[in-house]
Design a protein around this ligand. Structure first.
Ligand code: NAP
Ligand code: F7E
Length: 331
């Protein structure tokens, strides 16, 4: 019989990559989606026929219990969250409800319905915040710098706590930034590659950014979902940093993305003070030695390949939009 997995946040970047990964492994894949007035399934459109989607919401305990009772998965990947850091200052309570308490709701449902379900929690390098050491590993203390980071720290510790209190096979993946052509356009990498494509094709001239000096450890989402799965295949549940170990500034990302299409970033990028954050996470770099040695996990896509992959995908998409406009204008 096929193994059954349930993914919360299946409509997001990681949800789409994980769904594809699990389908390729022969899983029966179920996804939790929240109700919206307009469907939001673009990222999983190509998989739609092979997935079973169910309505439930991280805010609604009964809906999660009902969902898990109906699906009875062997593995549950909790990827749903309010994941955009700036929004967490505008909506700190909602962020805590989704990103922090939502984790407890899922764990409580597992505890009640079937405590043998293996659980993955999508934790974040934002928990390290103003990091006490570099690179950061599983023992580096947390100092989150946003309501999002604080909420993720709660989600991490409640995952550890349910493992220790109830013996649930609960793993926390402390994931550093990971990107792809499916990344939301408000995150800095995709904001840049989308603008590069639009500028190159004459649809835009300027790109407003905030802090160009911030340093991140950027990896590829397709690599990160493999680490999630590997965690749930081990004999024992544990926590793992998932990162490339390489660090770049936002400025370097810009330079590479613009120069790839023959543009000078300095002619197009403007600094907008409104995009600076109330408290910044200046530098992050992960030490994934444990994931490498225990899980056998390795990233396969370099920073340079990632930037080019994202620019290429945005160029193709904007070109297709332009062609569509021309053909509908001409008809
Ligand atoms: P994303 O693209 O923003 O996707 C978030 C998902 O959560 C969406 O499917 C969204 O559904 C869903 N969601 C939000 N609130 C919900 C609610 N109340 N009930 C049900 N579903 C809800 O995020 P991502 O980049 O794929 O990241 C996946 C997870 O990893 C998140 O928990 C994120 O915080 C964490 N993480 C991400 C990174 C990264 O660099 N990408 C790094 C570390 C940790 P809608 O489509 O309906 O909005
Ligand atoms: O910002 C700087 C900004 O929004 C990266 C989420 O997936 O990864 C992500 O969080 C850096 C920051 O990602 C702009 O100040 C400059 O220093 O792409 P971001 P993030 O905040 O690191 C972690 C691991 C998660 O868990 C989160 O869910 O870029 N920056 N100018 C900008 N950032 C944005 N968004 N927009 C700008 O214009």
């Amino acid at each position: 019989m096929a193994r059954r997995a349930l993914i919360t946040g299946i409509t997001g970047q990681d949800g789409a990559y994980l769904a594809q990964f699990l389908l390729d492994k022969g899983y029966e894949v179920h996804g939790m989606v929240r109700r919206a007035s307009t469907e939001n399934f673009e990222r999983i459109a190509n998989l739609r026929d092979r997935l079973v989607l169910h309505q439930a919401d991280l805010l609604d305990q009964l809906s999660i219990i009902t969902l898990i009772s109906e699906v009875r998965p062997q593995e549950l990947y909790n990827l749903a969250a309010q994941s955009f850091v700036p929004t967490s200052w505008l909506q700190p309570l909602l962020t805590s409800e989704f990103t922090a308490l939502g984790v407890t709701r899922v764990l409580e449902a597992i505890r009640l319905v079937d405590p043998t379900i293996r659980f993955f929690q999508a934790s974040s390098s934002e928990m390290f915040g103003e990091a006490r050491e570099e690179p950061q590993n599983e023992r580096t203390p947390f100092w989150p710098r946003s309501p999002y980071g604080v909420a993720k720290a709660y989600g991490h510790w409640i995952t550890v706590n349910y493992r220790e209190s109830y013996g649930i096979f609960a793993c926390s993946g402390i994931m550093f930034n990971h990107e792809s052509p499916l990344r939301g356009k408000e995150f800095v990498t995709r904001k840049i590659t989308d603008a590069v494509a639009r500028i190159k094709l004459g649809r835009q001239d300027k790109l407003k950014l905030g802090n160009l000096d911030a340093r991140r450890d950027w990896g590829y989402a397709g690599d990160f979902v493999r680490a999630m799965w590997l965690m749930l295949q081990q004999d024992k549940p544990d926590d793992y940093v998932v990162a490339t170990g390489r660090q770049h500034t936002v400025r370097e990302f810009c330079e590479l993305a613009f120069s790839y299409v023959g543009l000078d970033w300095q002619e197009h990028v403007e600094i907008d003070p409104a995009l600076f954050r109330p408290a910044e996470v200046n530098r992050l770099r992960g030490d994934a030695t444990k994931a490498r040695t225990v899980l056998g996990w390795e990233p396969t896509v370099t920073f340079e390949q990632l930037v080019r992959m994202m620019v290429d995908a945005d160029l193709e998409r904007v070109q297709a939009e332009l062609a569509q406009e021309v053909s509908s204008g001409g008809s």
